[in-house]
Design a protein around this ligand. Structure first.
Ligand code: 13P
Ligand code: SF4
Length: 365
């Protein structure tokens, strides 16, 4: 795994013993807490000043009065509910820096979800991430603030497609990127993320591997291994839009820029980049090497999140937004914590099979 997930320096909810939520619920704590006031007051300003300081370089001061009451209310409600917020690196700065307890790439979020001692996990990310958290925490309440937060990769393949692939290539092991539904995970041998895809493919000891659903990640892995990769045809709608021509232009126009790209980009884009890695590896690259100018070839909120922590680095910004990640907002997170919605559920028999594929990945040395 590249990089380290970090926990924001926010007060974390005190752990409560397993089963305590059930007794709280029995004791009447299931009632919906009162809707907090969302007014911008001197008290809200004071209570959130330290957090605004973290994001002031990327969140305009005119916007803070709208975010701050939500930030305060969410952080209070998290303690009351014994909830944690797991946020992907693509979440907006006011989520990533101001209400998340844990931030990271898909692998880090999956690992940390497996270790959580909270009763409630709120996934600030997309649906497959929330499903993965549920698979690893069947006894916990996992919430996603907007269940329509999908993913073009996850939508590109079904469990029935995997069964057909198995018929067509009997005996060939199947690796699924975590950007898939639980139904797909249940049909495959092992999962991978962008940070461990090569290691997972090579761990299987097979000369051929079916790799799904991202054809570009598959090609980028194939460039580094002798294993023959049979790829599905899915693509990330955010990363597939970057082109080699566009990056050549940035290289010419922005002298000295270091280009770092996510491996969901087409191979000709990766060829131009100085470095390629998962979102966590990209964050690490910027924080540790502190390039003078950098271009992150990925979803554009990530540049804001890293920029807030590395003022000495100049970010050249193409901006491709993921419409699914952007469905998650502070008002929806508050709603989620208040009304415990939208709960993510996975059929237990299917979950058992899907969990095996995720756990096998997590257990890889
Ligand atoms: P990682 O954060 O694991 O690199 O994956 C990016 C992604 O696809 C999130 O949508
Ligand atoms: Fe899916 Fe791409 Fe959005 Fe990630 S950035 S959630 S891979 S569509």
């Amino acid at each position: 795994m590249h990089g380290t997930a970090h926990t924001n320096a926010l007060p974390t909810p005190a752990p409560i013993p397993a089963g305590a939520l059930a007794s709280r619920l029995a004791g009447g704590h299931s009632r919906t807490p009162a809707m907090p006031s969302l007014a911008w007051t001197p008290e809200v300003e004071r209570a959130t000043a330290r957090l605004y300081d973290k994001v002031k370089s990327v969140v305009p001061s005119v916007e803070w009065p709208f975010h701050a009451p939500y930030v305060k209310a969410i952080n209070e409600l998290k303690r009351e509910r014994n909830a944690v917020i797991l946020a992907h690196n693509y979440q907006t700065p006011e989520i990533y820096h101001c209400v998340a307890d844990v931030v990271g790439d898909s692998l880090q979020l999956a690992r940390l979800a497996a270790k959580s001692s909270a009763d409630i996990i709120v996934q600030a990310g997309v649906h497959f991430m929330a499903e993965t958290s549920k698979l690893l925490n069947p006894e916990k309440t996992v919430l996603i603030p907007d269940s329509r937060a999908g993913c073009s990769l996850a939508a590109s393949i079904t469990g029935a497609d995997v069964r057909l692939l198995r018929k067509r290539y009997p005996g060939v092991p199947v690796v699924a990127y975590v950007n898939t539904s639980a139904e797909v995970k249940a049909e495959v041998d092992i999962c991978c993320t962008s940070s461990n895809a090569l290691k997972v493919v090579e761990s299987l000891g097979s000369d051929r591997v079916i790799f799904l659903p991202d054809r570009y990640l598959a090609q980028n892995v194939a460039a580094h291994t002798q294993v023959k990769i049979i790829a599905w045809h899915g693509a990330c709608e955010v990363h597939e839009r970057f082109t080699a021509t566009e990056l050549e232009r940035y290289r010419a126009d922005e002298p000295g820029v270091e280009i770092i790209a996510h491996p969901e980009c087409p191979p000709e884009v990766i060829d131009i980049a100085d470095f390629s890695g998962s979102t966590a590896a990209m964050v690490d690259y910027v924080k540790t090497r502190k390039p003078r100018r950098v271009l992150l070839v990925t979803e554009c909120s990530m540049a804001d999140n890293v920029a807030a922590e590395t003022p000495e680095v100049e970010f050249v910004r193409p901006c491709n937004l993921c419409p699914h990640m952007k469905r998650i907002t502070l008002p929806k997170i508050l709603d989620s914590l208040l009304y415990l919605r939208e709960e993510v559920t996975v059929d237990p028999a299917l979950a058992e099979r899907a969990r095996r594929s995720v756990q096998r990945m997590i257990d890889l040395p």
